[in-house]
Design a protein around this ligand. Structure first.
Ligand code: C5P
Length: 230
């Protein structure tokens, strides 16, 4: 069953203050799809914060600079323009890998987090997804979701995506990459991937996209109902 978007009138009645939804989770957990669906449903702008780290990595690769070159990485972070993130150009696998390497640089994170917070200050609110949204970027978000799925399920989903786009890959290789990325994202000293204490956990291992969306929408609706009752 596909749920139509909430009508603007209904939302105006229910959402009188900004609504900020923070979504975190590991690579290929489905958080991006969920974030887009929620943003669409609640008529909110959406920022995939992974793209900001990817934009930095892409710039370094493009200019032939080393991923360990902190000064250039920081310079690249200053140049990131949220209005000009080219999802298509940034979606390559090696850009994601490179992004997780530059994402360990604290000063670079500080610069990108400032830009992400500015986005979240939109008067109606916003949906942001990433690794540290509920813990660092928007610790006061109205709703925090932590989306997970087993590494095996995530690897299968990624393989299906690649095949649907006409490509081919080995499941074992994808699984190894996902595990490596998880290790890097959860193990770094600055803003590691972890659920905020007040996040709702959503394990999508055995859920369809539609079921995950309905569960997430229910959590947001409950929050709105409580907010309106108080
Ligand atoms: O989500 P995506 O795969 O596009 O992110 C690429 C990398 O950027 C992640 O593996 C992570 O290292 C980094 N990232 C981050 N904080 C975020 C979003 C992404 O450190 N909020």
């Amino acid at each position: 069953m596909h749920i139509a978007n909430a009508s603007v009138l209904d939302l105006k009645r229910r959402i009188s203050e900004p609504l900020v939804i923070a979504i975190d989770g590991p690579a290929a957990s489905g958080k991006g799809t969920l974030a887009r669906r929620l943003a669409d449903y609640f008529h909110l702008p959406h920022l995939d914060t992974g793209l900001t780290y990817r934009a930095v990595a892409h710039m370094l690769i493009d200019k032939g600079w080393s991923l360990d070159d902190e000064a250039h990485a920081i310079e690249a972070a200053r140049q990131v323009d949220l209005a000009n993130l080219n999802k298509h150009a940034l979606s390559a696998h090696r850009v994601g890998e490179a992004a997780s390497r530059v994402a360990i640089i604290p000063e670079l994170r500080r610069i990108l987090v400032e830009k992400q917070r500015a986005f979240a200050r939109n008067p109606a609110g916003a949906v942001l997804d990433g690794r540290d949204i509920g813990t660092v970027v928007c610790p006061d978000a109205d709703v925090k979701l932590y989306v997970t799925a087993s590494a095996e399920v995530r690897a299968m989903r990624r393989l299906r995506d690649i095949e649907n786009r006409g490509g081919s890959a080995q499941l074992a290789g994808i699984l190894a990459d996902i595990r490596k990325r998880d290790e890097r994202d959860t193990g770094r000293a600055d803003s590691p991937l972890r659920p905020a204490a007040d996040a709702h956990l959503l394990d999508t291992s055995e859920m369809s996209i539609e079921a995950a969306f309905q569960a997430a929408r229910g959590i947001v609706d409950d929050t709105l109902a409580k907010r309106n009752a108080s």
